[in-house]
Design a protein around this ligand. Structure first.
Ligand code: HAM
Length: 404
């Protein structure tokens, strides 16, 4: 095929069995979100680039090298959204949702775009379902959010480990950052080139570098949890208590820092035991709404990576019976009516468009995994009946459509 007619690298079609998995994931999550009374929001796929640059952070990988940025006809810089949170925060403020209610629980579903190196479960266009809670500072909201993440994993039968950490706040993080930078300078000759660059600009990111020498070098690094101010320490301790009381198991990972700059206090990732990568990730971002020009509003949320989960779930079993209506001869108007009646009775019906003899028709019925063939010839039409063939047993009998 001409190269121009292939999907661009990292962009993929979702169809067939994969799409069934995709829908199973999204409908299972939507069902759960209903129980938690989250309200859906749809935001644009395109925002001003600045919306992402200012929230995700200028020094992050996403902003530095992964955004699809373009200028429109008037020279304005726009970007395909690399994630959902920034747009939802922008919408929360623009629509003055804060004026309506003391707090909000929103969810979204849709494609995100990042110019990353594609690999299994990693694409340049991928899909997230995300939730965002606005206006709650207390740790019981964090606990409930993690309960929801845990519920999602359980409902989909995915085994993953919930890793949590606290990144502190404006009060306590600066001192930690200073201590970390100091430490990183001491171990600098063990750091990879990327981390050499990161250690001053975005030192926390060095903690979750995947390069072995870096991992070794940060083993003795100061931990944020040891620097937490009283309020952050209380918040984190309460969260852990609530989780234990709820029976949500978790593991503390002091090196969990996340790749986006807006986080404060709680951060977490659900890491698939099978794949070793995060399938759900999120945390608190208590300053972002204010930084965007809204009123001070603590907030938290997470996003589920749908393609990542698709690697882990099975295709859902077929939950309906398919009736394949096969017309022979000039019986189309009768066949259309039969299909109509069956559908009105709630059956799933496909009217065969194939031409040819019974053998070919039944071959097609098998290909479609039909449960019944509804055979209609001129005799059947005259008698006002159909021949119903059970595709599994091969048994066939004549009966009135109403009797099916
Ligand atoms: P994130 O960690 O950048 O967080 O992405 C969340 C999840 O999206 C990841 O854990 C992963 O499963 C999936 N994901 C990310 N990049 C790709 C990719 N290139 N291909 C396939 N899947 C991918 C956020 O996006 C935050 N907005 C989450 C959040 C919401 N924090 C607070 N509220």
């Amino acid at each position: 095929m001409a190269k121009d007619f292939q999907a661009p690298r990292g962009f993929h079609d979702i169809l067939g069995s994969d799409l069934k998995k995709f829908r199973r994931i999204t409908s299972t999550i939507r069902e759960l979100l209903k129980r938690y009374n989250y309200e859906e929001i749809i935001t644009p796929v395109v925002e001003f680039a600045e919306v992402f640059e200012r929230s995700i952070g200028e020094a992050t990988d996403i902003v530095q090298k992964e955004m699809f940025v373009f200028t429109d006809r008037k020279g304005r810089r726009l970007a395909l959204r690399p994630e959902g949170t920034a747009g939802v925060v922008r919408a929360y403020i623009q629509n003055r949702l804060y004026a309506l209610r003391p707090y909000h629980k929103l969810f979204y579903e849709g494609p995100m775009f990042r110019y990353e190196r594609p690999q299994a479960g990693r694409y340049r266009q991928f899909h997230q379902i995300g939730v965002e809670v606005f206006g709650v500072a207390e740790p019981h909201a964090d606990a409930e959010l993690l309960r929801l993440a845990d519920d999602i994993l359980k409902a989909l039968g995915i085994s993953a480990t919930l890793e949590i950490n606290s990144l502190g706040c404006k009060v306590c993080r600066p001192a930690y950052r200073e201590a970390l930078v100091e430490y990183l300078h001491v171990v600098a000759n063990h750091l990879c080139d990327v981390c050499m660059d990161r250690k001053d600009r975005n030192p926390l990111r060095v903690l979750d570098c995947k390069v072995e020498t870096c991992q070794e070098a940060v083993k003795e690094a100061p931990k944020m949890v040891d620097f937490l101010c009283d309020e952050c320490r209380y918040h984190y301790a309460r969260l852990k208590e609530y989780l234990s009381e709820l029976g949500v198991s978790f593991r503390e990972n002091y090196n969990l820092v996340r790749g986006l700059d807006y986080y404060t206090r709680t951060v977490f990732e659900a890491v698939s035991d099978e794949l070793g990568v995060a399938v759900i990730a999120g945390g608190r971002y208590d300053y972002l709404v204010e930084e965007f020009g809204g009123p001070p509003t603590p907030a938290l949320g997470f996003a589920v990576g749908v393609e990542r989960l698709m690697l882990l779930v099975d295709e859902p079993p077929k939950d309906y019976e398919l009736y394949f209506v096969i017309p022979f001869g000039d019986v189309h108007s009768y066949a259309l009516k039969v299909a109509d009646i069956l559908r009105r009775k709630g059956k799933v019906v496909e009217l065969s468009y194939r031409k040819g003899g019974l053998r070919k028709q039944l071959e097609l019925a098998n290909k479609l995994s039909a449960d019944y063939a509804v055979i209609i010839g001129e005799d059947e039409m005259r008698e006002g009946v159909v021949s119903l063939k059970d595709m599994r047993t091969g048994e066939q009998r004549k009966l009135k459509v109403e009797e099916i």
